[in-house]
Design a protein around this ligand. Structure first.
Ligand SMILES: Nc1nc2c(ncn2[C@@H]2O[C@H](COP(=O)(O)OP(=O)(O)OP(=O)(O)O)[C@@H](O)[C@H]2O)c(=O)[nH]1
Ligand SMILES: [Mg+2]
Length: 455
């Protein structure tokens, strides 16, 4: 429990019909009563019931606002501490004056996210639920709100705890073998392999769901790359439905990247136009190319544009082989002209590549292109409630999965059970961090600094 009592305006800045000031901490009620006078003659404030009253200014000795006060005694509150909510007119001046009176009476101004931080530190929410609070406030689609709400109710925490439980069981299986080597109960490597594979698949599905999660939140980033003059900016404009980027017949037109949000079948994408990746001479062009490469690196998917009216160049080939780990759609552009590079030519270079032929200039096959974008970059499976919305979670899940894959390799090499168990133990810090059970200042700061004051 914390010594001090915090106070903040919990409604957004600006004028509104209503505004709410919230206090949390052991002195919440005493502090509120220093400036709040109930209308009726009642002496005590009943819990969880709004009480009508007036705000009194002790220094100016006057009443200046009418308000409703609700007192929520600990521990059944958002922060598990005593909480008082004062709702009055949504005037920034009045609300700030109430906060000031609270501070005079001994409260401290809350930092961003501090109410939720207390809820977390007092064990009311785990870290995944705290993240879900933020997601819910910032939800950019109803789908995201639905998922965040389920996660706030603990769905994701339950999933991750189950994963941890399975790991613990796996270790105890291995330990049974270590302790009773000659018993009948001996667990076979096939069985261990089965448990490992099922866990790895589950983790893989969680990791993949991040791409779906992104299309509900800020949008999945797709970088349009390709050598100069192949029609990247023309395609970018066609996808955005407006003339956003400058197009000329000269190579090296785009020098800085541009980004736009587009919606395909309810999924949000952030399409990035980049500078043509080629040998540039002008310093601005060089810098543009460097930034383009960084953008491509950061993107979740790539749209690689190739000019089908020209023969494949060395540069095209290099780009085809670049970023092999990223999902990529190859776009053969300018099919309104005689074709010199066909889908077959690309398949010969990279078998099984995803290709679509278009004319960005004339708008040919754009609908088909959008459908392919959706198919390739948005995972099509149904993840149910298990959708990851945070990179933090994805990175930790990847670490856990890698650890299990190493364990699987050791199993294949017929290594001892001790070694396998040891390898699995290595992933526990990651899963505990995922659940917020190891606290580092850095994680807490990263998460709670994204909150607004008053939440
Ligand atoms: N015929 C034809 N011309 C096209 C097509 N798409 C783009 N172009 C033309 O190709 C030229 C280059 O187009 P941009 O969109 O500027 O190409 P870019 O890849 O962005 O070029 P940089 O920014 O210099 O890397 C322009 O003259 C476009 O009009 C197409 O589908 N067909
Ligand atoms: Mg361009």
């Amino acid at each position: 429990m914390f010594e001090d009592t915090i106070i903040a305006i919990s409604t957004p800045p600006g004028y509104g019909g209503l505004g709410v000031v919230r206090l949390s901490g052991q002195d919440a009620l005493r502090i509120a009563q220093s400036f709040f006078r109930p209308r009726s003659s009642q002496k005590t404030i009943p819990p969880r019931r709004p009480v009508l009253g007036k705000i009194y200014h002790p220094q100016e000795k006057c009443f200046f606002e009418e308000a409703l006060l609700t007192y929520f005694p600990a521990p059944k509150t958002y922060t598990r501490e005593d909480v008082v909510e004062i709702s009055c007119h949504g005037s920034p001046l009045l609300l700030e004056e109430i906060v000031r009176l609270g501070i005079v009476a001994g409260a401290r101004l809350a930092r961003p996210g501090e109410f939720t931080l207390r809820a977390y530190l007092n064990g009311r929410l785990d870290i995944l639920q705290a993240e879900a609070v933020l997601d819910l406030i910032k939800a950019s689609s109803l789908q995201q709100a639905r998922i965040s709400f389920q996660q706030l109710e603990g769905s994701l925490s339950k999933t991750f705890r189950a994963v941890r439980q399975e790991l613990i069981e796996l270790i105890s299986l291995l330990e049974t073998n270590i302790e009773f080597p000659e018993e009948e109960v001996k667990i076979t490597p096939t069985h261990i392999e089965k448990v490992l594979v099922s866990l790895i698949n589950h983790l893989q599905s969680l990791i993949q769901s991040y791409a779906l999660g992104k299309t509900f939140t800020e949008g999945l980033r797709l970088a349009i790359i390709g050598r100069a003059n192949v029609g990247k900016s023309t395609l970018f404009n066609a996808l955005c439905g407006e003339e956003r980027a400058i197009v000329t017949h000269l190579p090296g037109t785009t020098r800085d990247y541009l980004e736009e949000r587009i919606l395909i079948k309810n999924s949000v994408f952030r399409v990035v136009d980049t500078a043509g990746l080629s040998n540039a001479s002008h310093p601005a062009e060089k810098e543009g190319i460097k930034r383009s490469q960084e953008r491509a690196q950061k993107a979740e998917g790539l749209l690689l544009v190739i000019d089908s009216s020209e023969k494949l160049t060395e540069e095209d080939r290099r780009l085809l082989h670049l970023f092999r780990e990223k999902p990529k759609l190859i776009i053969l552009n300018k099919i309104d002209r005689p074709v010199k590079t066909s889908p077959q030519d690309i398949q010969e270079e990279i078998p099984d590549s995803e290709i679509v032929s278009i004319s960005a200039l004339q708008g040919t096959n754009l609908t088909q292109l959008k459908e392919r974008i959706h198919e390739i970059f948005v995972p099509q499976q149904d993840f149910g409630q298990e959708v990851i919305l945070h990179q933090r979670q994805k990175v930790l899940l990847e670490q856990i999965k890698e650890g299990l894959e190493r364990t699987r390799l050791l199993l294949k090499e017929n290594q001892s059970e001790e070694l396998l168990a040891e390898e699995i133990r290595q992933v526990f810090p990651a899963i505990n961090e995922l659940l917020g059970e190891v606290r580092t200042e850095e994680i807490l700061e990263n998460i709670f600094n994204q909150f607004c004051i008053g939440k």
